[in-house]
Design a protein around this ligand. Structure first.
Ligand code: HEC
Ligand code: HEC
Length: 345
């Protein structure tokens, strides 16, 4: 009798586990997300499959460059301390790797907005010869031969088969789930913490001088702007114009979020600024005139030494330690650790 009860209890738990919803929680004060897992129903199993793929070198040509090699959790999923990231065959990515969080709110992805859907985004790094340098047939072939993946895919999608759409959807279940909304700033907004005097002063200066582009609560208005950075003569990156072909878009880049900004250095689309202080000095005195320069900063943004101190102190309240330590987003392989920080560039 007891045995029967035990079996039915296990059975009940299993059924519950199958049906426990895995809701995507929208943080208080955030606008509605753009990506709502339409046609890609979010489940714990789907998320776990995406997470496993994200951390698995199998998706790259030589096995050495999983997504996580350039997107490291302790750096809020940017590349720690690198201007550009290492990819296949000792090559470098074209741009500085952004942190990955709150992606479900992005209408477009990448510094130039060249990708308009989170489910197609992985094609860029997967196929880029400087990044993972692989092709889809090879990836599908490798996953099909793997001991675990066929069953995992079948379990998530309800029928056997591994194809590119399923791979991309699984990856999106993970990347779109990376929500960061528990920094001190958020706690202050929720009324569970208080800014100290320096942070408060910094916040006020931020609202006056920065928030029109780095708009709260995501700390970006998702627009593309030319902030007067002289074009790097080797990279020759025209930004948004590469996508639209319009000369009005020359040298414009997406306003990056400043959440977790202490962790995502170096800064700028090509990682040219090592510190936040360098970025502020740029706004203060190094803006280069050009036809598409944002008219609001044509004269620069005057930032005194004191203001710089307060601003940087405020930006520290955007660090979300629980996000970068969240075991749910960590490498699922037992005993795995984040890639060790390599030497800087
Ligand atoms: C070799 C380093 C490298 C690898 C490997 C890599 N990425 Fe990236 N990732 C980058 C860089 C650099 C960018 C910025 C690209 C740009 O703006 O042109 C980026 C951008 C992104 C973005 C857009 C973020 C935003 O704010 O717009 C997402 C999402 C992303 N990567 C996910 C992934 C996934 C998923 C994988 C694995 C399939 C992956 N990346 C593999 C370097 C890498
Ligand atoms: C006119 C819009 C605008 C204003 C105003 C503005 N920013 Fe920016 N900010 C941008 C854009 C666009 C970038 C990306 C530039 C690039 O790399 O091409 C950026 C980049 C940054 C970065 C680098 C982030 C990273 O991840 O690479 C920091 C830090 C930053 N801004 C802080 C500030 C602060 C602090 C202020 C106020 C003093 C401010 N910004 C005002 C548009 C703006």
């Amino acid at each position: 009798m007891r045995k029967v009860a035990a079996i039915s209890l296990v059975g009940f738990c299993f059924v519950m586990w199958m049906y426990i919803p895995f809701p995507f929680l929208i943080p208080k004060g955030f606008p509605p997300p753009v990506y709502r897992f339409q046609n890609n129903h979010r489940t714990k199993e789907g998320f776990e499959l995406g997470r496993k793929l994200f951390y698995d070198g199998i998706l790259s040509k030589d096995g050495n460059f999983p997504c996580s090699s350039c997107h490291q959790q302790f750096a809020a999923f940017a590349t720690y301390e690198h201007r550009l990231s290492h990819g296949f065959n000792n090559q470098f990515s074209f741009r500085n790797s952004p942190g990955l969080f709150n992606l479900a709110w992005n209408r477009e992805l990448h510094w130039d907005g060249g990708i308009n859907h989170i489910e197609v985004q992985p094609l860029a790094p997967l196929l880029d010869p400087h990044e993972m340098s692989e092709n889809l047939d090879q990836i599908i072939g490798k996953l099909k031969k793997d001991k675990l993946y066929p069953a995992l895919f079948s379990n998530v999608f309800g029928s056997p088969g591994i194809n590119s759409q399923r791979i991309l959807r699984a990856l999106a279940q993970f990347t779109a789930s990376l929500v960061s909304a528990d920094a001190k700033y958020d706690q202050v907004k929720r009324g569970t913490a208080q800014f100290n005097q320096y942070e408060k002063t910094g916040y006020e200066i931020f609202q006056q001088k920065c928030a029109r582009c780095h708009q709260e609560p995501l700390f970006t208005d998702f627009s593309y702007r030319n902030t007067g950075m002289e074009m790097d003569s080797t990279l020759k990156d025209f930004g948004r114009m590469r996508i639209t072909g319009r000369k009005e878009d020359s040298l414009k880049f997406r306003v990056p979020s400043l959440r977790n900004v202490y962790l995502t250095f170096p800064y700028g689309h090509d990682g040219r600024f090592s510190t936040i202080s360098d970025v502020l000095e740029h706004y203060n005195s190094e803006i280069v005139e050009s036809a598409t320069l944002d008219s609001s900063i044509r004269k620069g943004i005057t930032i005194s030494e004191n203001e710089r101190f307060y601003l940087i102190t405020f930006l520290g309240t955007l660090t979300d330690s629980s996000f970068v330590k969240n075991p749910l987003f960590a490498d699922p392989r037992q005993g795995a650790t984040d890639f060790a920080p390599a030497d800087s560039h």
